[in-house]
Design a protein around this ligand. Structure first.
Ligand code: PMP
Length: 426
Protein backbone atom coordinates (compact mmCIF):
# COMPACT_ATOMS: atom_id res chain seq x y z
CA UNK A 1 0.00 0.00 0.00
CA UNK A 2 1.16 3.49 -0.80
CA UNK A 3 1.76 5.62 2.27
CA UNK A 4 0.22 9.09 2.23
CA UNK A 5 2.60 11.36 0.28
CA UNK A 6 4.96 8.40 0.05
CA UNK A 7 6.63 6.98 -3.04
CA UNK A 8 4.20 4.66 -4.80
CA UNK A 9 6.54 1.69 -5.14
CA UNK A 10 3.66 -0.58 -6.17
CA UNK A 11 2.99 1.66 -9.17
CA UNK A 12 6.69 1.72 -9.90
CA UNK A 13 6.92 -2.08 -9.96
CA UNK A 14 3.87 -2.34 -12.20
CA UNK A 15 4.48 0.49 -14.66
CA UNK A 16 8.06 1.67 -14.63
CA UNK A 17 10.92 -0.04 -16.43
CA UNK A 18 14.22 0.29 -14.59
CA UNK A 19 17.61 -0.31 -16.21
CA UNK A 20 18.24 -3.94 -17.11
CA UNK A 21 15.22 -5.28 -15.23
CA UNK A 22 12.29 -7.51 -16.08
CA UNK A 23 8.70 -6.29 -15.97
CA UNK A 24 7.59 -9.86 -15.29
CA UNK A 25 9.84 -10.47 -12.30
CA UNK A 26 10.93 -6.98 -11.27
CA UNK A 27 13.70 -6.71 -8.75
CA UNK A 28 12.92 -4.86 -5.51
CA UNK A 29 13.26 -1.10 -5.76
CA UNK A 30 14.41 0.95 -2.79
CA UNK A 31 12.63 4.31 -2.43
CA UNK A 32 15.20 7.06 -1.80
CA UNK A 33 13.89 10.38 -0.51
CA UNK A 34 17.10 12.35 -0.15
CA UNK A 35 20.86 12.07 -0.37
CA UNK A 36 23.61 14.03 1.32
CA UNK A 37 27.36 13.50 1.32
CA UNK A 38 27.94 9.76 1.03
CA UNK A 39 24.51 8.87 2.45
CA UNK A 40 21.33 7.87 0.67
CA UNK A 41 18.21 8.11 2.85
CA UNK A 42 15.42 5.62 2.23
CA UNK A 43 11.79 6.49 2.81
CA UNK A 44 11.73 4.61 6.11
CA UNK A 45 14.66 6.71 7.37
CA UNK A 46 17.35 4.07 6.77
CA UNK A 47 20.67 5.64 5.85
CA UNK A 48 22.93 3.83 3.44
CA UNK A 49 26.59 4.56 2.74
CA UNK A 50 26.84 4.82 -1.02
CA UNK A 51 29.46 2.60 -2.61
CA UNK A 52 28.43 3.29 -6.20
CA UNK A 53 28.63 7.09 -6.67
CA UNK A 54 25.48 6.55 -8.76
CA UNK A 55 27.51 4.61 -11.34
CA UNK A 56 30.83 6.51 -11.19
CA UNK A 57 29.32 9.98 -11.22
CA UNK A 58 28.71 11.52 -7.74
CA UNK A 59 32.40 12.00 -6.97
CA UNK A 60 31.88 14.78 -4.38
CA UNK A 61 28.86 13.13 -2.77
CA UNK A 62 25.22 14.14 -2.95
CA UNK A 63 23.59 17.52 -2.37
CA UNK A 64 26.89 19.34 -2.39
CA UNK A 65 26.20 22.95 -1.33
CA UNK A 66 28.42 24.50 -4.03
CA UNK A 67 26.99 22.35 -6.83
CA UNK A 68 23.46 23.04 -5.66
CA UNK A 69 24.13 26.80 -5.60
CA UNK A 70 25.70 26.64 -9.07
CA UNK A 71 22.56 24.97 -10.44
CA UNK A 72 20.21 27.41 -8.67
CA UNK A 73 22.18 30.46 -9.78
CA UNK A 74 22.19 29.34 -13.39
CA UNK A 75 18.50 28.43 -13.21
CA UNK A 76 17.68 32.07 -12.44
CA UNK A 77 19.57 33.18 -15.55
CA UNK A 78 18.75 30.62 -18.22
CA UNK A 79 18.00 26.93 -17.92
CA UNK A 80 18.34 26.05 -21.59
CA UNK A 81 18.90 27.58 -24.96
CA UNK A 82 19.62 25.96 -28.31
CA UNK A 83 23.32 25.66 -29.15
CA UNK A 84 22.89 26.11 -32.89
CA UNK A 85 24.08 29.64 -33.67
CA UNK A 86 24.11 30.61 -29.98
CA UNK A 87 26.76 30.33 -27.29
CA UNK A 88 26.87 31.16 -23.58
CA UNK A 89 29.30 31.66 -20.73
CA UNK A 90 28.80 28.29 -18.93
CA UNK A 91 29.62 26.34 -22.11
CA UNK A 92 32.60 28.50 -23.07
CA UNK A 93 34.02 28.34 -19.54
CA UNK A 94 33.56 24.56 -19.43
CA UNK A 95 35.17 23.95 -22.82
CA UNK A 96 38.13 26.17 -21.84
CA UNK A 97 38.59 24.01 -18.76
CA UNK A 98 38.27 20.76 -20.71
CA UNK A 99 40.82 21.89 -23.28
CA UNK A 100 43.18 22.85 -20.45
CA UNK A 101 42.93 19.64 -18.41
CA UNK A 102 42.56 16.89 -21.03
CA UNK A 103 45.64 15.26 -22.58
CA UNK A 104 47.81 17.12 -25.02
CA UNK A 105 46.40 18.44 -28.32
CA UNK A 106 42.76 17.73 -27.48
CA UNK A 107 41.46 21.19 -28.19
CA UNK A 108 38.06 20.96 -29.89
CA UNK A 109 35.00 20.06 -27.83
CA UNK A 110 31.64 18.67 -28.91
CA UNK A 111 29.09 18.69 -26.07
CA UNK A 112 26.34 16.11 -25.76
CA UNK A 113 23.96 14.80 -23.16
CA UNK A 114 24.97 11.26 -22.18
CA UNK A 115 27.92 8.92 -22.32
CA UNK A 116 26.41 6.75 -25.03
CA UNK A 117 25.83 9.79 -27.23
CA UNK A 118 29.41 10.95 -26.66
CA UNK A 119 30.50 7.55 -28.02
CA UNK A 120 28.12 7.82 -31.00
CA UNK A 121 29.62 11.23 -31.70
CA UNK A 122 33.19 9.91 -31.49
CA UNK A 123 32.45 7.03 -33.89
CA UNK A 124 30.65 9.33 -36.32
CA UNK A 125 33.55 11.78 -36.20
CA UNK A 126 35.95 9.00 -37.14
CA UNK A 127 33.72 7.83 -40.02
CA UNK A 128 33.29 11.36 -41.36
CA UNK A 129 37.03 12.01 -40.99
CA UNK A 130 37.93 9.17 -43.37
CA UNK A 131 35.02 9.95 -45.69
CA UNK A 132 36.33 13.52 -46.02
CA UNK A 133 39.77 12.14 -46.85
CA UNK A 134 38.23 10.08 -49.65
CA UNK A 135 38.78 6.74 -47.94
CA UNK A 136 35.90 4.43 -47.21
CA UNK A 137 36.67 3.01 -43.77
CA UNK A 138 33.71 1.45 -42.04
CA UNK A 139 35.18 -0.77 -39.30
CA UNK A 140 36.18 -0.18 -35.73
CA UNK A 141 38.69 -2.25 -33.81
CA UNK A 142 37.89 -2.73 -30.16
CA UNK A 143 38.33 -5.17 -27.28
CA UNK A 144 36.51 -8.22 -26.01
CA UNK A 145 34.84 -7.50 -22.66
CA UNK A 146 34.59 -3.83 -23.52
CA UNK A 147 31.51 -1.70 -22.98
CA UNK A 148 30.66 1.65 -24.55
CA UNK A 149 26.97 2.30 -23.97
CA UNK A 150 23.48 1.25 -24.94
CA UNK A 151 22.79 3.08 -28.20
CA UNK A 152 23.25 1.33 -31.54
CA UNK A 153 26.74 2.36 -32.60
CA UNK A 154 27.93 2.11 -29.00
CA UNK A 155 26.46 -1.41 -28.76
CA UNK A 156 28.18 -2.38 -31.99
CA UNK A 157 31.60 -1.77 -30.42
CA UNK A 158 30.59 -3.53 -27.21
CA UNK A 159 31.63 -7.19 -27.11
CA UNK A 160 28.72 -9.08 -28.74
CA UNK A 161 29.60 -12.38 -27.06
CA UNK A 162 30.29 -11.27 -23.52
CA UNK A 163 27.87 -8.47 -22.80
CA UNK A 164 24.30 -7.61 -22.04
CA UNK A 165 23.90 -6.68 -25.71
CA UNK A 166 24.40 -10.17 -27.12
CA UNK A 167 20.71 -10.36 -28.05
CA UNK A 168 21.24 -7.56 -30.61
CA UNK A 169 24.21 -9.26 -32.26
CA UNK A 170 22.38 -10.01 -35.51
CA UNK A 171 21.19 -6.42 -35.93
CA UNK A 172 24.45 -4.63 -35.36
CA UNK A 173 27.21 -3.77 -37.83
CA UNK A 174 30.08 -6.20 -37.38
CA UNK A 175 33.31 -4.75 -36.09
CA UNK A 176 36.63 -6.30 -35.14
CA UNK A 177 37.27 -7.50 -31.60
CA UNK A 178 40.73 -8.20 -30.22
CA UNK A 179 41.34 -10.25 -27.09
CA UNK A 180 41.04 -8.18 -23.96
CA UNK A 181 44.20 -7.52 -21.96
CA UNK A 182 45.15 -10.26 -19.51
CA UNK A 183 47.98 -8.45 -17.76
CA UNK A 184 46.57 -6.78 -14.68
CA UNK A 185 47.44 -3.22 -13.71
CA UNK A 186 49.83 -4.35 -10.99
CA UNK A 187 51.27 -7.38 -12.89
CA UNK A 188 54.53 -7.52 -14.75
CA UNK A 189 54.00 -6.60 -18.40
CA UNK A 190 53.97 -9.47 -20.88
CA UNK A 191 54.46 -8.40 -24.51
CA UNK A 192 52.30 -11.32 -25.74
CA UNK A 193 49.31 -9.50 -24.29
CA UNK A 194 49.18 -7.09 -27.23
CA UNK A 195 49.78 -9.68 -29.98
CA UNK A 196 46.13 -10.37 -30.91
CA UNK A 197 45.35 -6.65 -31.05
CA UNK A 198 48.49 -6.02 -33.07
CA UNK A 199 47.67 -8.80 -35.58
CA UNK A 200 44.07 -7.68 -36.03
CA UNK A 201 45.20 -4.12 -36.65
CA UNK A 202 47.89 -5.23 -39.10
CA UNK A 203 45.43 -7.41 -41.05
CA UNK A 204 42.59 -4.90 -41.24
CA UNK A 205 44.05 -1.41 -40.88
CA UNK A 206 42.95 -0.23 -44.31
CA UNK A 207 39.31 -0.67 -43.36
CA UNK A 208 39.59 0.49 -39.74
CA UNK A 209 38.39 4.03 -39.06
CA UNK A 210 39.39 3.97 -35.40
CA UNK A 211 40.30 1.90 -32.40
CA UNK A 212 37.99 2.46 -29.45
CA UNK A 213 38.60 1.21 -25.94
CA UNK A 214 38.18 2.00 -22.26
CA UNK A 215 41.60 3.04 -20.96
CA UNK A 216 42.96 0.98 -18.02
CA UNK A 217 39.56 -0.18 -16.68
CA UNK A 218 37.20 -2.39 -18.66
CA UNK A 219 34.11 -1.52 -16.62
CA UNK A 220 30.70 -3.02 -17.29
CA UNK A 221 32.33 -5.87 -19.27
CA UNK A 222 33.98 -7.33 -16.17
CA UNK A 223 35.76 -4.65 -14.09
CA UNK A 224 39.21 -5.67 -15.31
CA UNK A 225 42.09 -3.31 -14.50
CA UNK A 226 44.75 -3.73 -17.14
CA UNK A 227 48.38 -2.83 -17.66
CA UNK A 228 49.31 0.70 -18.80
CA UNK A 229 51.78 -0.72 -21.33
CA UNK A 230 48.86 -2.27 -23.24
CA UNK A 231 47.47 1.22 -23.69
CA UNK A 232 50.85 2.64 -24.67
CA UNK A 233 51.26 -0.07 -27.31
CA UNK A 234 47.77 0.65 -28.67
CA UNK A 235 48.74 4.30 -29.16
CA UNK A 236 52.00 3.33 -30.87
CA UNK A 237 50.28 0.82 -33.16
CA UNK A 238 47.55 3.30 -34.11
CA UNK A 239 50.29 5.76 -35.06
CA UNK A 240 52.18 3.10 -37.02
CA UNK A 241 49.11 2.17 -39.05
CA UNK A 242 47.55 5.64 -39.29
CA UNK A 243 44.35 4.69 -37.46
CA UNK A 244 42.49 7.06 -35.12
CA UNK A 245 42.45 6.21 -31.43
CA UNK A 246 39.32 6.90 -29.35
CA UNK A 247 39.59 6.69 -25.55
CA UNK A 248 36.31 6.19 -23.73
CA UNK A 249 36.98 7.88 -20.36
CA UNK A 250 33.29 8.09 -19.51
CA UNK A 251 33.54 5.89 -16.41
CA UNK A 252 37.10 6.58 -15.32
CA UNK A 253 37.66 10.24 -16.20
CA UNK A 254 38.06 12.92 -13.51
CA UNK A 255 40.34 11.13 -11.11
CA UNK A 256 38.71 7.74 -10.50
CA UNK A 257 41.87 5.69 -11.24
CA UNK A 258 44.27 8.02 -9.41
CA UNK A 259 45.09 10.06 -12.52
CA UNK A 260 42.83 12.83 -13.78
CA UNK A 261 42.32 10.74 -16.94
CA UNK A 262 43.18 7.05 -17.13
CA UNK A 263 45.18 7.65 -20.36
CA UNK A 264 47.73 9.45 -18.18
CA UNK A 265 48.80 6.12 -16.64
CA UNK A 266 50.35 5.34 -20.02
CA UNK A 267 51.20 8.94 -20.80
CA UNK A 268 49.21 8.81 -24.03
CA UNK A 269 46.92 11.26 -25.72
CA UNK A 270 44.07 9.85 -27.81
CA UNK A 271 42.82 11.45 -31.02
CA UNK A 272 39.28 11.56 -29.65
CA UNK A 273 38.24 11.29 -26.01
CA UNK A 274 34.77 10.78 -24.52
CA UNK A 275 33.88 12.00 -21.02
CA UNK A 276 30.60 12.03 -19.10
CA UNK A 277 29.33 10.70 -15.77
CA UNK A 278 31.53 12.55 -13.19
CA UNK A 279 31.71 15.63 -15.45
CA UNK A 280 28.89 17.24 -13.45
CA UNK A 281 29.60 15.40 -10.21
CA UNK A 282 26.53 13.31 -10.95
CA UNK A 283 24.17 16.30 -10.85
CA UNK A 284 23.12 16.70 -14.46
CA UNK A 285 23.33 14.71 -17.62
CA UNK A 286 26.20 16.00 -19.74
CA UNK A 287 29.00 14.52 -21.81
CA UNK A 288 31.70 15.72 -24.16
CA UNK A 289 33.69 14.34 -27.06
CA UNK A 290 36.99 16.15 -27.37
CA UNK A 291 39.24 15.92 -30.40
CA UNK A 292 42.11 17.63 -32.18
CA UNK A 293 41.48 20.63 -34.40
CA UNK A 294 42.95 19.00 -37.50
CA UNK A 295 40.49 16.11 -37.12
CA UNK A 296 37.56 18.50 -36.73
CA UNK A 297 38.79 20.54 -39.70
CA UNK A 298 39.18 17.43 -41.83
CA UNK A 299 35.63 16.31 -40.94
CA UNK A 300 34.33 19.74 -41.99
CA UNK A 301 36.36 19.83 -45.19
CA UNK A 302 34.39 16.90 -46.57
CA UNK A 303 31.28 16.72 -48.71
CA UNK A 304 28.94 17.41 -45.77
CA UNK A 305 30.79 20.64 -44.87
CA UNK A 306 30.15 20.15 -41.17
CA UNK A 307 29.84 17.46 -38.54
CA UNK A 308 26.42 15.87 -38.88
CA UNK A 309 25.23 15.83 -35.29
CA UNK A 310 23.30 18.29 -33.12
CA UNK A 311 21.48 17.14 -29.98
CA UNK A 312 18.66 19.40 -28.74
CA UNK A 313 20.17 19.65 -25.27
CA UNK A 314 23.72 20.15 -26.47
CA UNK A 315 25.65 22.45 -24.14
CA UNK A 316 22.77 22.75 -21.69
CA UNK A 317 23.69 25.83 -19.59
CA UNK A 318 22.51 24.34 -16.30
CA UNK A 319 24.60 21.22 -16.81
CA UNK A 320 27.63 23.27 -17.96
CA UNK A 321 27.37 25.60 -14.93
CA UNK A 322 27.32 22.62 -12.59
CA UNK A 323 30.21 20.97 -14.46
CA UNK A 324 32.27 24.15 -14.07
CA UNK A 325 31.72 24.15 -10.32
CA UNK A 326 32.35 20.40 -10.17
CA UNK A 327 35.78 20.81 -11.78
CA UNK A 328 36.57 23.68 -9.40
CA UNK A 329 35.68 21.51 -6.38
CA UNK A 330 37.75 18.66 -7.79
CA UNK A 331 40.79 20.89 -7.62
CA UNK A 332 39.93 22.42 -4.21
CA UNK A 333 39.28 19.03 -2.65
CA UNK A 334 42.69 17.73 -3.64
CA UNK A 335 41.18 14.70 -5.31
CA UNK A 336 44.60 13.08 -5.73
CA UNK A 337 45.00 12.76 -1.98
CA UNK A 338 41.41 11.57 -1.53
CA UNK A 339 41.73 8.89 -4.20
CA UNK A 340 45.22 7.84 -3.02
CA UNK A 341 43.84 7.35 0.52
CA UNK A 342 41.00 5.19 -0.79
CA UNK A 343 43.41 3.10 -2.85
CA UNK A 344 45.72 2.59 0.14
CA UNK A 345 42.84 1.44 2.31
CA UNK A 346 41.42 -0.90 -0.36
CA UNK A 347 44.87 -2.47 -0.70
CA UNK A 348 44.67 -3.41 2.98
CA UNK A 349 40.99 -4.31 3.33
CA UNK A 350 40.20 -6.17 0.08
CA UNK A 351 42.80 -8.94 0.58
CA UNK A 352 40.91 -9.96 3.75
CA UNK A 353 37.81 -10.49 1.59
CA UNK A 354 39.94 -12.61 -0.76
CA UNK A 355 40.37 -15.17 2.03
CA UNK A 356 36.69 -16.20 1.68
CA UNK A 357 36.31 -19.31 -0.45
CA UNK A 358 33.50 -17.83 -2.58
CA UNK A 359 35.95 -15.22 -3.80
CA UNK A 360 37.97 -15.80 -6.96
CA UNK A 361 39.97 -12.57 -6.95
CA UNK A 362 40.01 -9.07 -5.52
CA UNK A 363 41.49 -6.09 -7.35
CA UNK A 364 41.70 -2.37 -6.87
CA UNK A 365 42.96 0.83 -8.41
CA UNK A 366 42.39 4.41 -7.26
CA UNK A 367 38.86 4.66 -5.89
CA UNK A 368 37.74 1.36 -7.45
CA UNK A 369 37.48 -1.92 -5.55
CA UNK A 370 36.40 -5.20 -7.16
CA UNK A 371 35.52 -8.57 -5.66
CA UNK A 372 35.10 -11.27 -8.28
CA UNK A 373 33.26 -14.40 -7.14
CA UNK A 374 33.35 -17.94 -8.51
CA UNK A 375 29.56 -17.96 -9.02
CA UNK A 376 27.00 -15.26 -9.90
CA UNK A 377 25.06 -13.85 -6.95
CA UNK A 378 21.33 -13.81 -6.37
CA UNK A 379 20.90 -10.13 -7.05
CA UNK A 380 17.74 -9.45 -4.99
CA UNK A 381 18.96 -11.42 -2.01
CA UNK A 382 22.42 -9.91 -1.82
CA UNK A 383 21.10 -6.41 -2.48
CA UNK A 384 18.78 -6.74 0.53
CA UNK A 385 21.64 -8.09 2.64
CA UNK A 386 23.71 -5.02 1.77
CA UNK A 387 20.82 -2.70 2.60
CA UNK A 388 20.41 -4.50 5.93
CA UNK A 389 24.11 -3.87 6.51
CA UNK A 390 23.61 -0.13 5.87
CA UNK A 391 25.39 0.13 2.53
CA UNK A 392 24.40 0.69 -1.09
CA UNK A 393 26.33 -1.71 -3.31
CA UNK A 394 24.82 -3.08 -6.50
CA UNK A 395 26.38 -6.39 -7.52
CA UNK A 396 26.40 -7.56 -11.10
CA UNK A 397 26.74 -11.21 -12.08
CA UNK A 398 29.88 -12.52 -10.38
CA UNK A 399 31.07 -9.05 -9.46
CA UNK A 400 30.72 -6.99 -6.33
CA UNK A 401 32.40 -3.69 -6.85
CA UNK A 402 32.61 -0.30 -5.22
CA UNK A 403 33.50 3.12 -6.57
CA UNK A 404 32.57 5.42 -3.68
CA UNK A 405 32.46 9.22 -3.72
CA UNK A 406 35.98 10.60 -3.21
CA UNK A 407 34.84 12.35 0.00
CA UNK A 408 34.22 9.04 1.77
CA UNK A 409 35.97 8.84 5.15
CA UNK A 410 38.17 5.95 6.17
CA UNK A 411 35.53 4.75 8.67
CA UNK A 412 32.78 4.86 6.03
CA UNK A 413 34.94 2.99 3.54
CA UNK A 414 35.58 0.32 6.18
CA UNK A 415 31.79 -0.04 6.57
CA UNK A 416 31.61 -0.85 2.84
CA UNK A 417 34.40 -3.43 2.86
CA UNK A 418 33.19 -4.98 6.13
CA UNK A 419 29.67 -5.27 4.74
CA UNK A 420 31.05 -7.12 1.71
CA UNK A 421 33.05 -9.43 3.97
CA UNK A 422 30.14 -10.16 6.31
CA UNK A 423 27.54 -10.63 3.59
CA UNK A 424 29.79 -12.99 1.61
CA UNK A 425 30.78 -14.88 4.74
CA UNK A 426 27.12 -15.62 5.43
N1 PMP B 1 31.14 4.16 -21.87
C1 PMP B 1 31.47 3.61 -20.68
C2 PMP B 1 32.88 3.15 -20.47
C3 PMP B 1 30.52 3.48 -19.68
O1 PMP B 1 30.86 2.91 -18.51
C4 PMP B 1 29.20 3.95 -19.92
C5 PMP B 1 28.12 3.84 -18.87
N2 PMP B 1 28.16 2.80 -18.00
C6 PMP B 1 28.90 4.52 -21.16
C7 PMP B 1 29.90 4.61 -22.11
C8 PMP B 1 27.53 5.01 -21.45
O2 PMP B 1 27.24 6.15 -20.71
P1 PMP B 1 25.72 6.55 -20.42
O3 PMP B 1 25.16 5.50 -19.52
O4 PMP B 1 25.82 7.90 -19.76
O5 PMP B 1 25.03 6.61 -21.73
Amino acid sequence: MQKENGIDVEFDLRHIWHPYTSTITPLPCYPVTSAKGVYLTLEDGTQLIDGMSSWWSAIHGYNHPQLTTAAKTQLDKMSHVMFGGITHQPAVELCKKLVAITPQDLDTVFLADSGSVAVEVALKMALQYWHAKGEYRSSFLTLRHGYHGDTFAAMSVTDPDNSMHSIYKGFLPKHIFANSPQCGFWDEWNEDDISDFSEKLAQNHQQIAAVILEPIVQGAGGMQLYHPTYLRRVRELCDDYGVLFIADEIAVGFGRTGKLFACEHANVSPDIMCVGKALTGGYMTLSATITRKYIADTVCSGEAGCFMHGPTFMGNPLACAVANKNLEILEQNQWQQQVANIEKQLAVELPRIATLNKVKQVRWLGAIGVVELHQPVNMAEIQQAFVNAGVWIRPFGRLIYIMPPYIITSAQLSCLTQAIYQVLKR
